[in-house]
Design a protein around this ligand. Structure first.
Ligand code: MEV
Length: 321
């Protein structure tokens, strides 16, 4: 019986979130936590779905029943089935699909993009569609639009290609960053909602267009400097740029007390820099510094009730296990 097991990494935005939605550059790093999608062939004519993180199992007698009864909160998966069925003329049946992720959901670590990318890769291999990574990323972008409204495309790109990327207006190139580059990722214990954060900022931009354009412009400026600092590996300077980026994001009302508390704790205890990552208003905070310092900060944050882990760069992107 045929089995395909695909995985895709999560991500952190190092610089430039939100401004990237308006055409400015951003830098993202793929991290070693991942989402996995397993497709197994079944003997019987049915479609089974196991959504491990939601603790939910579904069974449908055929694709028709799946389209009618599969809950709309999983529209991302529904839409992919539609694409595979209609665009690639493939008859989806006799499969069990199991999805799981080690990424905290709604945390800014790209769980939805990494699930989309792993799903597309698994279908591509299972049905011999031979999709290139760029095609996988494009389809995942279509799915991301369903979840996030008007995403920039950075999340699906980084989860597909891995490494560290400099992204602007749909195009990207890799940045060579030292193998031992580490960041501390701390969860605020608050879910964030990318779609809502983008909408909130869009409304603010309608009221304060000049101010927002100015802040986006500054974010873009520092993101470009950050690219060269990442290449030379000057952690101190990268940290300073992260601190500036955090202040600019706070000026756009994307920070909150919890994010500020984590950022301040990290800085007071020796981090070179700290900022929110992703949509903000919750989700995760990233901090950089020497590895032993990051470990100490992690323990201090843990004693304050915040879970954190040290992430390194995922070099592979989406792959078949
Ligand atoms: C999402 O990881 C980062 C945002 O900039 C949205 C996007 O780029 O699509 C907030």
């Amino acid at each position: 019986m045929k089995v395909v097991h695909a995985s895709a990494p999560g991500k952190c935005i190092l610089f430039g979130e939100h401004a990237v939605v308006y055409g400015y550059p951003a830098i993202a790093m793929a991290i070693s936590l991942k989402s996995t999608c397993i497709i197994e062939e079944l003997n019987e004519s049915k479609i089974e779905l196991v959504l491990k993180n939601f603790n939910q199992n579904y069974e449908f007698k055929d694709l028709n029943e799946f389209f009618i009864n599969f809950p709309s909160k999983f529209d991302q998966i529904k839409h992919l089935f539609k694409i595979i069925h209609e665009r690639f003329n493939t008859k989806i049946n006799k499969i069990k699909l199991t999805l799981s992720s080690t990424l905290f959901p709604s945390s800014g670590l790209g769980s939805s993009a990494s699930i989309s990318v792993a799903l597309v890769m698994a279908f591509s291999v299972y049905y011999n569609l031979n999709l290139e990574k760029s095609e996988i990323s494009k389809i995942a972008y279509e799915l991301e639009k369903i979840v996030h409204g008007t995403p920039s495309g950075i999340d699906n790109s980084i989860c597909t290609f891995g490494n560290v990327i400099f992204f602007q207006e749909g195009k990207f190139h890799f940045i060579e960053v030292s193998e031992d580059f580490r960041i501390l990722v701390t969860y605020t214990n608050m879910d964030h909602n990318t779609k809502l954060a983008i909408e909130q900022l869009r409304d603010f931009k309608k009221e304060e267009k000049k101010f927002c354009d100015f802040v986006f412009d500054r974010i873009g400026f520092y993101t470009e400097i950050a690219e060269s600092e990442l290449t030379t590996g000057d952690l101190n300077e990268i940290g300073n740029l992260m601190n500036i980026n955090q202040k600019l994001l706070a000026a756009l009302n994307l920070s909150n007390n919890t994010i500020n508390e984590i950022v301040n704790t990290a800085i007071e205890n020796g981090a070179y820099g700290s900022k929110l990552t992703g949509a903000g208003l919750g989700g995760c905070v990233i901090s950089i510094g020497k590895e032993d310092v990051l470990e100490e900060i992690s323990q201090i944050l843990n004693s304050k009730g915040y879970k954190s882990f040290i992430a390194n760069i995922d070099k592979e992107g989406v792959k078949i296990e």
